[in-house]
Design a protein around this ligand. Structure first.
Ligand SMILES: [Zn+2]
Ligand SMILES: [Zn+2]
Length: 256
């Protein structure tokens, strides 16, 4: 049975990724309203009842906005770090599982490695999802790359990597100076150059799919983000796509 993944949307207005190993189907984050989430799932031909859990990366609205309502309506388990849970935000949900950032655990047939990242949230983590020898790394919402991150993501076969902003566009863009400092700071978001530098540290012989993700609509340009990635990928054989805010990306299927 093939393994596949897709996105409902990616960017500062809402994020959500789906991972499906044929047995277990997980959402990673849900930064869209319930109505919007259902419309986007329908475009992927996925019904909400098929989902076995929602893994949350951190409590920022573009990642958790729809989590509580969705979980209550469809009895979907919510899985997140102790620090990311905020009752006022998510409310009471039928099944809540909490863990310490850095822990490894399984959800159904999917092996989950949570990874600590430097970001201005309570206990933010990102994820590496594994099944039947395949691994998908999700790495967005971090201000810089740590040596620990380089080691853990090195051998992923697929990677959703944040290319949030172009540093020059951020500097001259519309954000307030406070917000510019936050986004460009050590606990904000990765610039195109920071993300491209990480590519240099990876085992590119294993990487088959790269998804340029969490691209800022105000401080970046989709083509610029992709071309910055491609500068590091001259000898690489694989597929690169850019995740969009309005749709994310369609299923990418891996034959195992
Ligand atoms: Zn975000
Ligand atoms: Zn965030």
């Amino acid at each position: 049975m093939p393994i596949r993944f897709a996105s409902l949307g990616s960017g500062s207005k809402g994020n959500s990724t789906v991972f499906d190993d044929g047995t277990t189907r997980l959402l990673i984050d849900l930064g869209f309203s319930l109505k919007e989430a259902l419309a986007r799932l329908a475009k992927l031909n996925l019904s909400p009842e098929e989902l076995d859990g929602i893994l949350v990366t951190h409590e920022h609205a573009d990642h958790v906005h729809g989590v509580g309502a969705f979980a209550r309506k469809f009895q979907t388990p919510v899985i997140l770090t102790h620090g990311s849970y905020n009752e006022k935000q998510i409310g009471e949900v039928p099944v809540l599982k909490r863990f310490n950032c850095g822990e490894k655990f399984s959800v159904g047939t999917v092996k989950v490695q949570s990874v600590a990242v430097p970001h201005d949230a309570k206990e933010p983590c990102q994820y590496i999802l594994g099944s039947r020898g395949f691994s998908l790394g999700i790495l967005t919402d971090l201000g810089h790359v740590t040596p620990h991150i380089e080691v853990l993501y090195r051998d992923c076969q697929a990677l959703l990597l944040e290319f949030n902003h172009d540093f020059k566009m951020l500097k001259s863009g519309p954000y307030s100076s406070k917000l510019k400092a936050r986004v460009g700071g050590d606990y904000g978001h990765l610039s195109n150059i920071q993300a491209a530098n990480l590519l240099r540290q990876l085992n590119l012989g294993r990487l088959k799919n790269l998804v340029v993700s969490h691209v800022s609509e105000k401080n970046n340009d989709l083509e610029l983000a992709e071309s910055t990635a491609l500068l590091e990928l001259s000898d690489w054989i694989g597929d690169i796509i850019v995740a969009k805010q309005d749709f994310g990306f369609d299923w990418i299927t891996i034959e195992i």
